[in-house]
Design a protein around this ligand. Structure first.
Ligand SMILES: Nc1ncnc2c1ncn2[C@@H]1O[C@H](COP(=O)(O)OP(=O)(O)OP(=O)(O)O)[C@@H](O)[C@H]1O
Ligand SMILES: [Mg+2]
Length: 422
């Protein structure tokens, strides 16, 4: 290898050399030996670095063959090198070494990256997961449509453990990752949404509790969340557990949160309110503050039991406290495709709520349940997972539906169209 100035690696035919500024090639031992005819003797050849070089005697042709004037292929003549010449023997040895080393190099070199292998790679589960992760993390900055007005969405279901907090956190992160500005209000003394967003909610931290009591503005207690550039969280501490009782004697106790949100000057597209599993004063505050209600429904046997009571409460709030609130979204959660029960529940919910039910159905997934343990959404914890991509798609559906305005605005627009047409 050290004896050549340049050579082709693609075949074993001819080591390419530069002689007097021209590129020439010599045959390798065993595959043809450098031709003596017309070339300077090997011992007279000097490389650029001054060392002796192997002879280069012919213009480059393919190994063992040469082309004639008409372009026909003719067999190569024997080299006729003097085997007794010690320098020729030395040169032959060097060339032999070079061939064997080159052969080893080629055999041991990694498999070249042909297009075919790349296509095959793209078909692998890992590649598919990587592609999903890119979609979720949105490195290209593709944005979902933003709503014409701030959307205040209460996530409620008095049944416990149906995915209220998980859905709040993941939808908020998905929307914020795709160009929207989002505030999450944790209205549950358990503080799970704060945990899921990695926000401190130890007792004593300024929280929603002080906001409801009028001691702090929402802007004072909302903290930026790392997961996305324009995402904030108003944390809940255990102090909030006492608020239900403390608020009883306070003026306009049902609309404390509504007032706080109205005074929040930060330009956000979405405010998500994560409710506790009850229909007490905290949930009533959330319903009074909202334009929309999102109800997560777990694909399990008792999913629909108790839902009637939530619907009646929403009607009561509509009738007396907040005429504008509507159920805008039903999200099916913890769907287990292996059970027929999950399908039956999903069908029943779709039959009852029709278009309000999002197409995206959140699967039961270990990754979704692991993420809060790391203070993360599943979108940042495992962006290539099915749970992440489903929450992303659910957020996209919500964004697209909301681009036309709030449910109340859509309702009004429909009414106007009907009256105009009549
Ligand atoms: N898609 C899912 N797959 C697997 N586990 C899930 C999924 N969604 C939520 N969980 C887990 O189920 C549990 C309940 O979820 P979550 O806390 O979101 O419900 P919740 O309705 O907010 O509960 P609570 O009524 O107590 O506030 C949590 O441990 C959560 O990690
Ligand atoms: Mg919760």
């Amino acid at each position: 290898m050290t004896q050549t100035t340049a050579r082709r690696r693609s075949d074993l035919g001819w080591p390419v050399r530069t002689v007097d500024g021209k590129t020439v090639a010599g045959r390798l031992s065993g595959l043809g030996w450098p031709q003596p005819g017309g070339g300077a003797p090997a011992r007279n050849m000097t490389r650029q670095d001054g060392s002796r070089a192997a002879p280069a005697t012919e213009p480059a042709v393919s190994a063992g063959r040469s082309g004639d004037a008409e372009g026909q292929i003719t067999p190569m003549k024997d080299d006729g090198l003097d085997a007794a010449d010690p320098s020729a023997v030395r040169i032959r040895k060097v060339m032999d070494d070079m061939v064997s080393r080159e052969t080893v190099d080629q055999l041991s070199s990694p498999v070249p990256e042909f297009d075919v292998s790349r296509e095959t790679f793209m078909d692998t589960p890992i590649a598919a997961e990587a592609a999903r992760a890119v979609r979720v993390l949105n490195p290209s900055g593709n944005a979902f449509p933003r709503p014409p007005h701030r959307r205040v969405i209460t996530v409620a279901n008095q049944k416990g453990g149906v995915g209220k907090t998980t859905s709040t956190v993941n939808l908020a992160v998905a929307l914020a990752m795709h160009g929207s500005r989002v505030l999450v209000i944790d209205l549950d003394p358990q503080g799970n949404a704060s945990t899921g967003l990695g926000v401190d909610h130890r007792s004593g931290v300024p929280s929603v509790y002080e906001v409801l009591l009028g001691e702090h503005a929402l802007a004072d207690i909302a903290v930026a969340v790392e997961a996305a550039p324009a995402l904030w969280c108003a944390p809940a501490t255990i102090d909030l557990a006492g608020a239900e009782i403390e608020l009883v004697s306070v003026v306009a106790r049902e609309s404390r949160l509504r007032r706080a949100i109205a005074a929040y000057a930060e330009q956000v597209d979405y405010v998500f309110i994560d409710c506790p599993p009850s229909l007490g004063l905290l949930t009533v505050n959330a319903l009074v503050a909202a334009d929309e209600v999102l109800i997560p429904i777990q694909c399990e046997y008792y999913a629909l039991e108790g839902l009637g009571q939530l619907l009646r409460n929403i009607e009561l709030v509509q009738a007396h406290l907040n005429n504008g609130v509507r159920i805008s979204t039903i999200l099916l959660t913890m769907y287990d495709g292996r059970t027929r029960l999950a399908d039956q529940v999903a069908q029943e919910v779709r039959g009852h709520f029709g278009d309000l039910v999002l197409e995206s159905v959140v699967p039961r997934s270990v990754r979704v349940s692991e993420a809060p343990g790391y203070g993360q959404s599943v979108l940042t914890y495992d962006p290539g997972s099915r749970g992440a991509i489903t929450y992303l798609e659910a957020a996209r559906e919500m964004a697209q539906r909301g681009a036309a305005g709030t449910p109340a605005e859509q309702h009004l627009a429909m009414q106007r169209n009907t009256e105009g047409g009549a």
